[in-house]
Design a protein around this ligand. Structure first.
Ligand code: G6P
Length: 608
């Protein structure tokens, strides 16, 4: 989604801002822009990629030592140059205020009407331009006090960075509901929506808190809380990202991240010697003893990891579990059980709907919460009582891969820990599952070695416009995730069904033109699944089956089979999702789509 970078320095900051925007590209955007304050405000904007913006800037000899830049993911107003940030506001024919904004301002219509009546001219359809004019209108010669007053008029969620023509070498930032960080360096300081943007410039980072306003200058930064009182915020060294953005031998981040999964899983399991509650935080022992069920809230791929965990939590720990899409949960009136542990799952820890659902669950009276998250500094981790960090490393490809398998790993740890506490896991079973978890990275390597077979299938898939995915039981969520991956990056329409549902509707779609991908591990449902496959074959459908090495399935007329290594029991979903990721990746590659930045999608959805 939208990204912000800002810098105050003694050198030309345009290359720093553009580099920052490139590092934020993975979040998804449809236009971008950069502005400098050199005693006069100047900007360049583009509805193309950051590389195109860079060309524009190079051609015009654009430079300055104070600047703000932005990648925009359209909410109010189509992707167009006039809607791209930075937005300027003029008075007496001169541009005085420049501003970039992430988030959504709910009362912008009211502010817009008011300012239009006062003579301000709106050039865009955005909510952001209303903030720029508001700051201009309230400007009293001191940008800090102006922004402190202006943000109190705003309803909604925002992170902003603002500069004023009359105050060179100063940027003021503010956040409420959207992340904003400060980067510190000698005689140059930065603002950004994500530490990743500053990876090339500094590793000294302050994560601003809700309601903070920050005054960024050459000689340092000063932070004020929502009551305008000066506050100190902790400086953290954040290094994790620099290496993560190198592609190495891979063509795309998605491919790199698929192949990083063995490492990501072993990192996620680092320090796990047994299924002990303190893995989830010092209070976990007491919290886990006080719960009688689990409520999982998440979006997208994270929701599918939650669906998988339901099967584990109910079968192994005997804990009733419900899984809800966060954007739905936050607007309904559920029956509340305060003894249910609320588990939020999120790669980014920033997803607006999941954060809002967590807040709502607490308001409804849920006492205990746990986050499973890939970003330790995120709002979600801060706002839950317990947490478990997946150590997937920065995930850049919009289509989530290693975040999913590390979430599953963490959720299995949670399941086994709760099962053990509830007397459902004896020492022998604990040793067995620990050994299976530790062997996962090796088992994954064998699955990744199947890539050439999957490439061979992807040619056929690339010519299709529809696909069905089937799974049963524990592997139904894996079929859903496989279909999601394919539609996200190849734009092939894909649907997933529990295979038993086939004859209740989707069978009507099956012809020779319909590829049917079947997740077919050698578990107790395999015979049922084989019958479902026959239903497809009888209608001429082409089956693409991911079986296990120890199953009896082999290729025949209309049935194409790839075998994974031996069946991996309850942990099998972690292996079976990987060929589906590879199938989506190679199909998208064959169709020539923008794999890492699929159209219309964003990596972190920080607005509703
Ligand atoms: C976006 C991403 C998905 C992700 C979902 C939830 O839609 O494109 O890949 O699964 O958000 O994100 P989260 O960061 O909460 O896991």
């Amino acid at each position: 989604m939208c990204g912000i970078v800002g810098a105050v320095a003694q050198r030309n900051i345009v290359p720093i801002l553009l580099e920052g925007l490139k590092r934020l590209e993975y979040r998804g955007y449809d236009s971008c822009g950069v502005a400098v304050n050199n005693g006069g405000l100047k900007r360049a904007r583009s509805v193309s990629r950051v590389a195109e913006l860079e060309r524009q800037v190079d051609d015009s000899g654009f430079a300055g030592n104070t600047g703000i830049a932005h990648t925009r993911w359209a909410t109010h107003g189509v992707p167009a140059t006039n809607n791209a940030h930075p937005h300027f506001s003029a008075r007496d024919g001169e541009q005085r205020i420049g501003l970039v904004h992430n988030g959504i301002i709910e009362n912008y219509e009211e502010i817009r009407t008011e300012l239009k009546a006062l003579g301000y001219v709106f050039e865009s359809q955005t909510d952001t331009e209303a903030i720029a004019h508001l700051v201009n209108h309230m400007y009293d010669g001191d940008l800090l006090s102006t922004v402190q007053k202006a943000v109190k008029r705003l309803h909604g969620a925002f992170a902003i960075a603002v500069f004023a023509k009359d105050e060179p070498q100063r940027i003021v930032g503010a956040r409420l509901g959207c992340p904003l960080i400060v980067g510190l360096c000698d005689n140059e300081n930065f603002l950004a929506s994500d530490a990743m943007a500053l990876a090339g410039s500094t590793d000294q980072i302050i994560y601003l808190e809700e309601g903070d306003v920050v005054d960024v200058r050459l000689d340092g930064v000063r932070i004020y809380d929502r009551d305008d009182q000066p506050v100190e915020r902790r400086v953290q060294t954040v290094q994790a990202y620099s290496g993560a953005i190198e592609l190495g031998p891979y063509r795309h981040y998605m491919q790199k991240e698929i192949f990083e999964q063995p490492r990501a899983i072993s990192d996620t399991l680092e320090g796990v010697l047994g299924f002990a509650p303190d893995l989830f935080g010092p209070k976990a022992q007491d919290v886990f003893a006080d719960i009688d069920s689990v409520l999982i809230l998440a979006c997208g791929t994270s929701y599918y990891s939650g669906m998988t965990a339901k099967y584990w939590l109910e079968s192994l720990a005997n804990l009733p579990t419900s899984v809800e899409i966060a954007s739905e949960y936050r607007y309904r009136k559920p029956a509340v059980n305060p003894k249910a542990l609320v588990v939020v799952i999120s790669q980014s820890g920033e997803t607006a709907d999941t954060l809002a659902a967590l807040k709502y669950a607490k308001e409804l009276g849920h006492r205990h919460s746990l986050s499973i998250c890939n970003v330790g500094t995120s709002a979600m981790v801060r706002e839950t009582e317990l947490s478990y960090l997946t150590r997937a490393g920065a995930e850049i490809g919009v289509a989530s891969t290693k975040a999913f398998t590390t979430q599953l790993t963490a959720l299995f740890l949670l399941t086994a820990t709760l099962a053990k506490m509830r007397g459902k896991l004896d020492a022998e079973a604990e040793a067995f599952y620990l050994k299976s978890l530790r062997h996962l990275p090796t088992a994954l390597q064998s699955v990744l070695a199947l890539e050439p077979h999957i490439i061979a299938w992807s040619e056929a898939f690339a010519r299709k416009e529809n696909a069905l995915f089937l799974g049963r039981g524990l592997h139904y969520p894996i079929a859903l995730e496989g279909a999601l991956k394919l539609k996200e990056i190849s734009y092939i329409h894909a649907e997933a069904y529990p295979a038993g549902e086939l004859k209740h509707g989707p069978l009507a779609l099956v012809t020779e033109e319909m590829p049917v991908v079947t997740v077919a591990p050698n578990d107790t449902l395999i015979e049922k699944l084989k019958s479902n496959m026959q239903e497809v074959r009888a209608r001429g459908g082409q089956l693409y089956v991911f079986a296990d090495g120890d199953s009896q399935m082999s290729s025949s007329e209309g049935i194409h089979v790839i075998r994974l290594p031996e069946h991996y029991g309850l942990l099998s979903p972690i292996l079976h999702v990987v060929p589906l990721q590879l199938l989506a990746y190679h199909t998208a590659l064959a169709r020539g789509t923008d794999v890492d930045k699929p159209r219309n999608l964003a990596k972190s959805v920080t607005v509703e």
